[in-house]
Ligand binder design. Structure first.
Ligand code: 4NP
Length: 153
C-alpha cells in the first residue's frame, strides 16, 4: 500500500500523519510506503514545525528525517490512497486530479472515522501546543482505522 498524507504547509499535520502511520505500519510488519506533501510551497525543504516534532517525540515517534515538499501531478499516479487533512486540501487536489481514477484515490483523512461527515483535522499553525496534541490524537485514531481497513489483522 502506498499512502500520501496531505495538508497545506507539510510542516504541521501531514508530517505527523506520515510519522504515525509509518510507525504503526512498521510495528505491524506491513511493507507500506508512506509519504506526505503540502498543497502550498511556502515551507518546501523545511523540517516539520518544532511543535509537531515535540508532540511526536512525546509519543515515541521521531519525524526529524522529514522535509516539506509540495504535491506534484505524478503523486496521483504513484500513490494508492491520498488523504487530505481538511476540505481546502481536498478541493485543491480535486482541481489537480483530472482523471476519475485519480480522484477516486483522494479522501478526507477523518472520513475513515466519520464517513460522510466531512470532518477536518484542524490547522494548528496559529495556535498553542494543545492544538498539536489534539491533531496527534485525531490523526492517530484515523491511522488505527486505516490499518484495520487496509492492513491485515
Ligand atoms: P500544515 O499547517 O498545513 O498542517 O502544515 C500550516 C503550516 C503553515 C501554514 C499554514 C498551515 N502557513 O500559512 O505558512
Amino acid at each position: 500500500m502506498r499512502i500520501l498524507m496531505v495538508c497545506l504547509g507539510n510542516i504541521c499535520r501531514s508530517p505527523l500523519a506520515e510519522g504515525i502511520l509509518k510507525h504503526k505500519a512498521r510495528q505491524q510488519g506491513l511493507d507500506w510506503f508512506v509519504d506526505s506533501a503540502g498543497t502550498g510551497a511556502w515551507h518546501v525543504g523545511e523540517l516539520p514545525d518544532p511543535r509537531s516534532i515535540d508532540v511526536a517525540r512525546r509519543f515515541g515517534i521521531d519525524i526529524t528525517d522529514q522535509r516539506a515538499r509540495q504535491i506534484r501531478p505524478d503523486d496521483f499516479e504513484r500513490f494508492d490512497l491520498i488523504f487530505a487533512m481538511d476540505r481546502q486540501n481536498l478541493r485543491h487536489m480535486g482541481q489537480m486530479a483530472n482523471r476519475s481514477e485519480h480522484r477516486q484515490k483522494i479522501r478526507l483523512l477523518l472520513d475513515v472515522l466519520y464517513p460522510g461527515q466531512e470532518q477536518e483535522v484542524p490547522d494548528p499553525y496559529y495556535g498553542g501546543p494543545e492544538g498539536f496534541e489534539q491533531v496527534f490524537r485525531l490523526v492517530e485514531a484515523a491511522c488505527d482505522r486505516i490499518l484495520v481497513e487496509y492492513g491485515r489483522f
